[in-house]
Write a protein of this length. Structure first.
Length: 389
């Protein structure tokens, strides 16, 4: 990666912070407490300038559409977005982002008053970065989270789960990276006949995630119509239970047509793969990240004895560099290398950023790892969201 490795473990993070402009923050509070700027999300999104941060206090809010603007919507504990009953109701809809624009939605409970109803978070026709993080179903075992990505160039999804309902994702001609997500149903969740993950074109990555089809109906875990799926880390796919004889239907972990690359650490519970799926098993790097009040850090795993490094930068365009099979999501002008080492069976490479002063709190950045191994050559990991607290 010679064109990017021009800053290796620098002593200062000043460049990254200097390039991230501090955002103006507005408070949204349905209860109109002290310091409130808006009492509804709808009014806030319509009024604030592009690039703002909305800090949303506990309360119940109606869904919103974010159209061609940069915005962060950050929910405090107890903040909930309710989808109103109706065939096209959304909790969050992000549309028409330009390449330099970015949207992050984080920290919300998602709900609806109707049983058997999908609450939808979506990204449509977006060239800029879209991040959905820490979203959860609440209130009913029959509430579904539907993630929908259409013609979207860069989508990061992290920690979207449900302890009671069903989480499904549809990726149409989009490039999406899931990290620490739980698609499908929990162990004691609702039933449903749809595959939890649909891929139609584009490139989709699942890192340290699970896709569990319902045991009540015979559904596939992943259904593809072209495109590429990359399975990394501790990802597990589980198809639905087969029907009793004499029914012919056989659920598969991977169904349809397309290309799937999977790391040897990935689990296909029954190993059922339809003939139209081309599967390549390959040792690949995977990255996961986390943060505290004072640091954000990332952990890179990959092929044994490979040289690994971790970088962080402001979001950049997706670029496939020579010698690499997968795209880099980093901005070369703000890139900083923060970790370097040799990978082992239980020895990851770690990188971290100390955070004690806060010149740009809430600054959205992206982690990504790179490894070199003589057997597999140069590879990049999945991208991962990095947010300065």
């Amino acid at each position: 990666m010679p064109s990017l490795m021009h800053r290796l473990l620098p002593p200062s993070l000043g460049l990254l912070f200097a390039l991230g402009c501090p955002a103006q923050t507005f408070v949204v509070d349905a209860n109109n407490g002290p310091g409130t700027n808006f009492t509804t999300l709808t009014a806030a999104v319509a009024a604030v300038p592009s690039g703002s941060v909305l800090s949303v206090r506990a309360g119940i809010y109606a869904g919103v559409t974010i159209d061609a603007m940069s915005l962060e919507i950050l929910g405090e504990p107890g903040a909930r977005i309710d989808a109103q009953p109706g065939s096209n109701s959304k909790v969050v809809s992000v549309v028409n982002l330009q390449p330099a624009q970015r949207v992050r939605v984080s920290g919300f409970e998602l709900s609806t008053t109707s049983y058997y109803y999908a609450v939808t978070a979506e990204s449509v026709n977006c060239q800029g970065l879209v991040c959905f993080e820490d979203l959860r179903c609440v209130t009913s075992t029959q509430v579904y989270i539907s993630l929908r990505f259409v013609n979207s160039d860069r989508v990061l999804v992290r920690d979207v789960t449900s302890n009671t309902g069903w989480v499904g994702a549809t990726c149409q001609q989009s490039n999406v990276s899931f990290e620490d997500c739980r698609l499908g149903v929990p162990l004691a969740g609702p039933v449903g006949s749809a595959a939890p993950l649909y891929v139609t074109g584009g490139s989709v990555q699942l890192a340290n995630s699970s896709v569990r089809a319902s045991g009540g109906f015979s559904s596939h875990a992943v259904s593809m119509q072209g495109g590429e799926l990359r399975l990394l880390g501790t990802t597990v796919l589980t198809a639905g239970a087969p029907p009793p004889p004499p029914l012919w239907w056989v659920p598969h972990e991977l169904a349809g047509s397309g290309t799937v690359r999977l790391d040897p650490s990935v689990t296909l519970t029954t190993g059922m793969v339809e003939a139209g799926i081309t599967v390549v098993t390959q040792a690949m790097p995977s990255l996961r990240s986390s943060g505290t009040a004072t640091t954000i850090d990332a952990e890179l795993t990959g092929p044994n004895s490979a040289l690994g490094a971790i970088a962080v930068s402001l979001p950049g365009p997706r670029v496939v560099l020579p010698l690499f099979q997968d795209a880099v999501w980093l901005d070369g002008s703000s890139l900083i290398w923060v970790g370097l080492g040799v990978l082992g069976p239980s020895l990851p490479v770690t990188g971290w950023l100390p955070w004690t002063i806060g010149p740009a709190p809430g600054l959205v950045a992206v982690w990504q790892g790179v490894v070199f191994d003589p057997a597999t050559g140069w590879q990049v990991s999945n991208p991962s969201l990095a947010v300065l607290p």
